[in-house]
Design a protein around this ligand. Sequence first.
Ligand SMILES: NC(=O)c1ccc[n+]([C@@H]2O[C@H](COP(=O)([O-])OP(=O)(O)OC[C@H]3O[C@@H](n4cnc5c(N)ncnc54)[C@H](OP(=O)(O)O)[C@@H]3O)[C@@H](O)[C@H]2O)c1
Length: 283
Amino acid sequence: MSTLGWITAASGVRVPQVIYGTAWKKERTSALVAQALAAGFRGIDTACQPKHYDEARVGEAIADALARGTLRREELYLQTKFTSVDGQDPRRIPYDPRASLAEQVEQSFARSLENLRTTYLDALVLHSPLATRAQTSEVWRAMQTLCDGQRVRQLGLSNCYDLRELRWLCEAHELAPSVLQNRFYADTGYDREIRAYCRERGILYQSFWTLSANPYLLAHATLRAIAAHHGATPAQILFRWLTLEGCVPLTGTQSVQHLRESLAIFAIELRDEERARIGALLR
Ligand SMILES: NC(=O)c1ccc[n+]([C@@H]2O[C@H](COP(=O)([O-])OP(=O)(O)OC[C@H]3O[C@@H](n4cnc5c(N)ncnc54)[C@H](OP(=O)(O)O)[C@@H]3O)[C@@H](O)[C@H]2O)c1
């Protein structure tokens, strides 16, 4: 039975507190998504970016679980991304690169629905801000139009490491992002200020590279001691700490054991003092 925790975003959308990421899995994508769903994951992150994601194979695994009756669409939090031309493999752009930015968003969205075999997305995420604010704004306004509660339930932003840009996006547009998906690592000071801003505005912070970018943290004596005390791994403790901070870690693990461990974090009760010690490692 799944022990998955959920959190409600400011938009009212319920989001699993740990999400399965589908990047770099190529032809193994459907089998690995099926494995994550069978383990109890109910949040899936992908992108309309054939260079790194096989969105159609994500759709295949979901369709299969729906057909077998092991999953209902409304139990699933399905999130994909619009990736601008800069982030695409020029030989495999999933929309017309000569179309206007607004049209590119519409075409990418239509492709995602087709790939994922769904009629709506729980979140549409802008993969990265564009080169200029004017371009980012044009894309964001097109995403806002799609976010009508029927086609897209909430919007997100990714790879925004400049608080001024995030603030601008929130303040200059009708809809603020409900999700921010960023690399969680020391080079950005673990996005401390950005995470505080997200908390203030009710934006859900999703972390990636949480384990791979932090070998130092995972090997730290403090984290290891806390992990040993709870009979857990340092990775589980870091994930649990993040969820208690209101963040949502992504994992793209290929291992059944790591899937189970990622779901088992919700039974770990970290004391305030332990949370503070872990927080201090990120300063
Ligand atoms: N927005 C963006 O630009 C962006 C960029 C990168 C990633 N993402 C998203 O984030 C997802 C996750 O990517 P990621 O880069 O964070 O890493 P990842 O794909 O989860 O890989 C991290 C590494 O950690 C290991 N691992 C995972 N869970 C573990 C656990 N519980 N204990 C020990 N080791 C564990 C994995 O090995 P095993 O397979 O052996 O467990 C793997 O070697 C992607 O699939 C994608 O959806 C988004």
